[in-house]
Write a protein that binds this ligand. Sequence first.
Ligand code: ADE
Length: 241
Amino acid sequence: MRVDVVTVFPDYLAALDLSLIGKARQAGLLDLRVHDLRDWTTDRHRTVDDTPFGGGAGMVMRPDVWGTALDDVLGEDGHLVIPTPSGEVFTQRHAEALATEQHLVFACGRYEGIDARVAEHYRAAGRRVSELSIGDYVLNGGEVATLVMVEAVGRLLPGVVGNPESLVEESHGAAGLLEYPVYTKPPVWDEHEIPEVLLSGHHAKIARWRRDRALERTAARRPDMIAALDVAGLDKHDVAK
Ligand code: ADE
């Protein structure tokens, strides 16, 4: 997959050199390039923003600078992703859909955001444009949201996570439940023992125990996810809480 990120703070994206995503880049699974938006400015001050029409606080990013940058970076098939707190909330479903794309271009806004004509222009030109929020809070810009989305998408690319089984049972997966609690050695730590069933070697019992804990956790922490469960997917041993 090819991913381009356009930002006024290229250094923010340095974290994508690390860990699994960094390895995926080295292995050629992810071709990630970070661009400085100011390279597309034409004035001495390298201006990317201006005051909002209609008044109000803060600055808005200029559509002309973004337009020349995105015309260069989007190529034939780029799917434009604009992180913004006013976007649809990014979920694992968005990550899965974006992971099937050949080319993503993240446009990181700062200040009060990017002039709204930019998203409209590329939509009208027949481009896929996704305006996505990573949650109901406001960040200073799209860079951290881009880090989040590139990691969530990148780990779904074939070969990035060593053991693809670890993608199967995780929180926000197909089961629609949060993941069950996990334990490792030592079996007793500071007088805390691990649940005995996990030492039983009885696979069916362990699976049942894990599903009960996943249901319990989801009911306590995310009642909205319980409400959205597909009843057809429930097991006859699943109890209503
Ligand atoms: N930019 C500022 N806040 C954001 C958020 N919550 N999600 C995505 N982009 C943002």
